[in-house]
Design a protein around this ligand. Structure first.
Ligand SMILES: N[C@@H](CCC(=O)N[C@@H](CS)C(=O)NCC(=O)O)C(=O)O
Length: 208
């Protein structure tokens, strides 16, 4: 059976939880104490040397980290319902959007949080510089403003299709909205999209 290393109320693990629930894949769940720093322990480094969650261990013993890599693996394991794409073009579109979200929105917003409100928590875990928090937030906001232009008439980030990009984007942006960077109400398409995800039976099932 797959082993899923996760933590309660953590947005990146929640992305994989969403994918597992939508695809109906059963896993053995192993809870890691993220707040207490268990994910940064020597013991956990033998599971995921990057020291982060989520991580998924295959029945053969390989550990896969990174939401996008886990999503692609799960899609090959159980293609239905489709969360990457049914054609080469759809799959390319999903991968393009995930890279764009990571680079333009999610990483800068996360850095904005870590280097400001999250500085005391993350300080012992990684290099923190309070001088860059505000700029990272602005860069993340610029990314969201660009995404706004791409969301006109689109239900989801890849247009009409719900994909793993939504499974990852929604928990991270709603967590960051709560603790650090609320989504600007002027971003009407994104505001409507966030409400759509909140009412989705899986994505909106548990809050962070
Ligand atoms: N790019 C990674 C991000 C993983 C990540 O940032 N995980 C957070 C939990 S939401 C974490 O482990 N934070 C605790 C830490 O870094 O010590 C992915 O896609 O999985």
């Amino acid at each position: 059976m797959l082993k899923f290393y996760t933590a309660d109320r953590a947005p990146n693990p929640r992305a994989v939880e969403n994918i597992l629930a939508i695809k109906g894949i059963e896993v053995e769940t192993i809870s890691v104490d993220l707040l207490g720093g268990e994910n940064r322990s020597d013991d956990f480094a033998t599971v995921n040397p990057a020291g982060q969650l989520p991580a998924l261990q295959t029945p053969e013993g390989q550990v896969i980290a990174e939401v996008a890599a886990i999503a692609e693996y799960l899609e090959e394991l159980k293609p239905d319902p489709v969360l990457v794409g049914s054609t080469a073009a759809e799959r390319a579109h999903t991968r393009m959007r995930m890279r764009q979200m990571d680079y333009l929105v999610l990483a800068p917003m996360m850095m904005g949080y870590r280097h400001s409100e999250g500085a005391a928590f993350f300080g012992p875990r990684m290099r923190i510089d309070p001088n860059i928090g505000a700029t990272m937030k602005l860069i993340g906001h610029d990314g969201l403003a660009w995404l706004e232009t791409q969301m006109q008439d689109n239900d989801f980030i890849c247009g009409p299709r719900l994909t793993y990009v939504d499974c990852a984007f929604y928990p991270l942006v709603s967590f960051l909205a709560k603790v650090s960077q609320p989504v600007d109400a002027d971003l009407k398409n994104i505001t409507a999209y966030m409400a759509r995800c909140a009412s989705h039976e899986v994505l909106g099932a548990k809050s962070l």
